[in-house]
Design a protein around this ligand. Sequence first.
Ligand SMILES: Nc1ncnc2c1ncn2[C@@H]1O[C@H](COP(=O)(O)OP(=O)(O)O)[C@@H](O)[C@H]1O
Ligand SMILES: [Mg+2]
Length: 399
Amino acid sequence: MSPAPRDTAIPDESALTVALVGPDEQLRKAVALALSGHPSLRLQEFSTFPPNVDRLHHRLAQQNDVVIVEVEGDPERAFELAEGLCASGRTYVMAYSTRVDMRLAVRFMRAGVREFFTLPLDPAEVSAALMRASTRRATHPQEVKKTGKLFVFLGSKGGCGVTTLASNFALALAQESDSTTLLIDLGLPLGDVAINLGIVTEYSVNTALENPARLDVNLLATIVAKHSSGLSVLAASTDLSETEPPKDAIDKLLEVTRDNYDFVVVDAGSRVDLMRSALFEVSSTVYLVTQAGISELRNANRMISKFFATRKESLQIVLNRYQTNDPLFDEAQITKALTRPAQWKVPDDYASARRKRETAAPMVMGDSAISETIRLMVRTAAGLLPGKNGKKGFFSFLR
Ligand SMILES: Nc1ncnc2c1ncn2[C@@H]1O[C@H](COP(=O)(O)OP(=O)(O)O)[C@@H](O)[C@H]1O
Ligand SMILES: [Mg+2]
């Protein structure tokens, strides 16, 4: 779906963003002309219907306060688009046609379309409709744009502690923030988040990755498992799948999950092959987990130089199983290898790791040196303050 050349952009943040989808150029121009009378409006015109229906519907709805759809040459495609947009509940959908056809209009209105214009347009009618759309945006601002924060845990080498830290981080985040939190195991094909948390899951993340076109809030609700803490989990498949999920499937998964959860935490294993996916887009916070070993530090150095050199706060380096007075590496050597100081040092705590393995009780459930550091990471990530306004504070665990 390519935008038509004209983009009447007004540099105004409060402007109503409008997408006009109209394959018939003459009609589209007539609607655009009627809209041009509105003082504060950012219009983008599209001369074709979106090819990948599901995904682009979602983007259109997310990026625009209003979407106006032509119902002329291909009413079925137009209906499919309008219905998808209305289902998102995020945008104010309008439609137009040259035909005076009550049944057609009623069908669109039943799907959730708010305004149905018949051409030639009445400027006063268009103006009143835009006013209603502005009012709705003002009264439902939260419906317009909401994207959950993304935290991605990536290991410089297998066994560095990605699953341990991602699972415990997600759990602490769910408990301490009172926000909806989802943990996704992408350490495919042998992710072990579910085992670490001691939960049995019916579905896996593969169900989502194999059906990206069908993935929506309903499918997501069916396939997530719940941990007793309240944390939602999308576990890895227990099958040894041989095909890699395409980038598009991962992007769709993140889009839908971020739309529906306040926090999305991903165990990405050591999957640098996913570097071009939305996992590592600039808005995500990457926790690069490494240890003070020769190959772990060497890999970390390469990864930072190659992929994350320009990231500042959104790259958080975690030195796991850290021992003060390490006979092999001193602080300065580690910092040199990492090109910057590690933000977090998680102590080596063999006893609580063993206890966790035996009981499948996540570490943050108990008090240990590891849990203390993880809770500090969570507090920083989610901006939680201790015991403010009588609300359950971050440090309630420690009291
Ligand atoms: N800080 C730590 N102290 C002690 N043991 C740890 C620590 N972090 C991880 N481990 C242990 O190291 C092993 C590998 O950790 P895991 O999280 O599965 O790594 P990864 O997911 O990176 O392969 C596990 O047995 C885990 O219990
Ligand atoms: Mg793992």
